[in-house]
Design a protein around this ligand. Structure first.
Ligand SMILES: NC(=O)c1ccc[n+]([C@@H]2O[C@H](COP(=O)([O-])OP(=O)(O)OC[C@H]3O[C@@H](n4cnc5c(N)ncnc54)[C@H](O)[C@@H]3O)[C@@H](O)[C@H]2O)c1
Ligand SMILES: OC[C@@H](O)C(O)[C@H](O)CO
Length: 579
């Protein structure tokens, strides 16, 4: 089947999204998939219950034979039914979310020609439900099949990361002018792309180009919903662990009533049954407004596996080691970590990364105030953290912080020995003081931390030590002079190799990371700043490292996924050590 995809004029899409109906001068040609789906309260099962109770109450009140007690119970039931939807709306955070209010706010400077449609209000709840799904699934790509309220689409778009995208299938194009104005409405509109054409053909095309979605949204009210659902599942348009949301699956409460002949209702009932008997998925129908089915692909079913390939039954590759998929194996839930030099730069990024992966994190720094700021940042994100002051070159400080961490969280699983200094001087001028200071922090301090944390870890038979070395352990960075620094970092690598091999058979892995030149305060000194351009010519990647470039490595080395790795020096330097 041929398909004629066109770009919808963004400005019209935005009008559709925000101010439906579209202004008269930009009238669409007939129905478009992206439009409001009217879900008045009298179309939700609860709304219909309320409507019927209201009628019953009127009859009861007009009939003197009806006992007062019956009227009382009717009123009580009515109060409960009428109050539910408004209460759910009122208690939905969505109302306080900028983007939804921003339906109006973001048009600042452009006078809306049409007042926002009242239905937008009823989209808050659904918008919030879907927003939460987007976050929980970690969705980046969303497919919309069928109609969905504009403000709901925007709510989902807002929850996406900057590189996230919504693909909407629209059956018919409508007239409009292409315009840059769209960006005045909502920056998130740019994340929505509309494929115009018959839905089946659009889906075929998405399969042909290898698209894969984290969330697929299907409107049950459109007749082809069963076919669309089957197509999505059969052709793997939904990624593993992705979620399908089907809207309107309660069909005004008609779907579970007997003696129903309405074909639309029967079609939705069929869809619900098809999904419910599909062994590939599990589902629940949430009674949100018109009903929302939440469906996820079940993990491979043991019976099917046994039938197809007996040897897979105990296969860790197939099922995942310890029945965990690879990304879950990187999680650090329940683990206790500390990061020295965590008050800024690389240490701060390590602390955030370990916390995001699930660990509790103690931020250790020479300057308590810096550690406290980072600990506060983590707790804002819901990560358990504490701030501790210590000079890692002092054994008593090191022991004190480990005691404090054990007192607070019971143990230490992950030790990130990252604090380091670089004083830069030509070798012939390097004072003994500089040499000692550099070695005291970079090597002695790191040794003290490894030893104190290592003792706890050896006792419990498990631990991950990640030391921050430097590319300076592999090459002699130039033109800056930093003999003491380079030598201390080479020492870090040898220390790591030695401990890594000495402790591995007692469950403690010791590795180090060697960053290249990273854009942190360490390289912002007056001496080093002018060298940046020069360094860039030495870096195949053509740019300095950002602290975020190092975060995945620390999580990997802290996780059980790297358990076979020890004594390793992991260089992350954009290729610089190879030139
Ligand atoms: N930035 C780079 O280019 C680069 C490259 C390779 C390796 N490294 C290494 O990464 C580590 C972190 O570097 P950064 O760039 O984030 O540095 P940074 O100077 O931005 O941060 C270092 C942090 O360590 C703290 N600190 C210093 N001495 C301490 C001590 N004695 N005890 C406890 N905390 C102390 C500081 O207060 C500071 O918060 C260092 O070991 C450094 O050698 C940095
Ligand atoms: O990887 C090199 C860094 O450790 C160092 O910060 C750089 O050489 C600047 O002196």
């Amino acid at each position: 089947m041929t398909i004629y995809h066109q770009d919808l004029a963004l400005v019209d899409l935005v009008h559709y999204l925000l101010y439906q109906p579209v202004p008269a001068e930009r009238k669409p040609l007939g129905a478009v998939d992206i439009t409001w789906l009217s879900v008045d309260s009298n179309e939700t099962p609860m709304g219909l219950i309320a409507e019927n109770l209201r009628k019953a109450r009127e009859i009861a009140h007009g009939d003197s034979r009806v006992p007062e007690q019956l009227k009382h119970y009717l009123q009580k039931a009515l109060d409960i039914a009428v109050g539910l939807d408004p209460y759910l709306d009122a208690m939905s955070t969505a109302k306080k979310i900028a983007s939804l209010e921003g339906c109006q706010l973001k048009v600042a400077g452009v006078e809306p020609k049409v007042k926002p449609h009242k239905e937008c209000a009823s989209g808050y709840l659904k918008g919030q439900v879907l927003r939460l799904f987007v976050h929980m699934v970690g969705a980046k790509r969303i497919l919309l099949i069928g109609r969905l309220k504009g403000c709901v689409i925007l709510a989902m778009a807002e929850a996406l990361p900057v590189d996230g995208r919504i693909t909407a299938c629209a059956t018919e194009p409508y007239l409009g002018v292409k315009s840059q104005e769209a960006s005045d409405y909502s920056s998130h509109v740019k994340q929505i792309s509309v494929k115009v054409g018959p839905t089946a053909a659009t889906l075929e095309e998405l399969v042909a180009v290898g698209e894969h979605f984290d969330i697929v949204f299907i409107d049950a009210a459109q007749r082809n919903a069963v076919n669309d659902y089957n197509f999505v599942m059969d052709n793997h348009l939904l990624r593993m662990d992705g979620v399908i949301c089907v809207e309107n699956t309660l069909m005004k409460g008609q779907v579970y009533l007997e003696n129903i002949s309405d074909e639309n209702v029967l079609a939705v009932r069929k869809l619900n049954n098809v999904i419910n008997s599909d062994p590939r998925v599990e589902q629940v129908i949430l009674p949100v407004q018109g009903g929302m089915s939440v469906i996820r692909r079940s993990r491979a079913h043991a019976d099917r596996v046994i039938k197809s390939k007996k040897e897979l039954v105990k296969d860790d590759v197939f099922w995942g080691y310890n029945r965990c998929h690879i990304l879950d194996r990187l999680r650090l839930d329940g683990k206790v970590a500390y990061v020295t030099g965590g008050g800024q730069g690389i240490g701060r990024a390590f602390a955030h990364a370990l916390g995001e992966a699930g660990a509790k994190v103690a931020i250790v720094d020479l300057v308590l105030a810096k550690a406290e700021v980072v600990a506060e940042e983590l707790s804002l994100k819901g990560i358990k953290s504490i701030a501790l002051a210590a000079d890692v070159s002092k054994p008593e400080d090191v022991q004190r912080i480990l005691d404090a961490i054990v007192a607070r969280w019971g143990t230490v699983h992950i030790a990130c020995n990252n604090a380091g200094i670089n004083m830069n001087s030509a070798s012939e001028d390097t004072s003994l003081e500089e040499w000692d200071k550099t070695f005291n922090v970079n090597l002695r301090g790191l040794f003290l931390c490894c030893q104190a944390a290592g003792r706890i870890m050896l006792k419990q038979g498990y631990g991950k030590i990640i030391n921050t070395a430097s590319m300076a352990s592999l090459i002699v960075p130039h033109p800056q002079k930093q003999l003491a620094y380079n030598a201390s970092k080479a020492g870090v690598v040898k220390l790591t190799q030695t401990l890594g091999t000495e402790w591995i058979d007692r469950g403690v892995r010791v590795n180090c990371i060697s960053p290249g030149i990273v854009d942190t305060p360490l390289i912002h000194s007056e001496d080093l700043k002018p060298l940046v351009q020069r360094w860039l010519t030495d870096i195949p990647a053509g740019k300095l490292a950002q602290v975020t470039d190092l975060q995945a490595a620390v999580v990997y080395l802290a996780s059980e996924a790297s358990d076979y790795m020890t004594g390793h020096n992991l260089a992350i330097e954009g290729g610089q050590s190879l030139w």
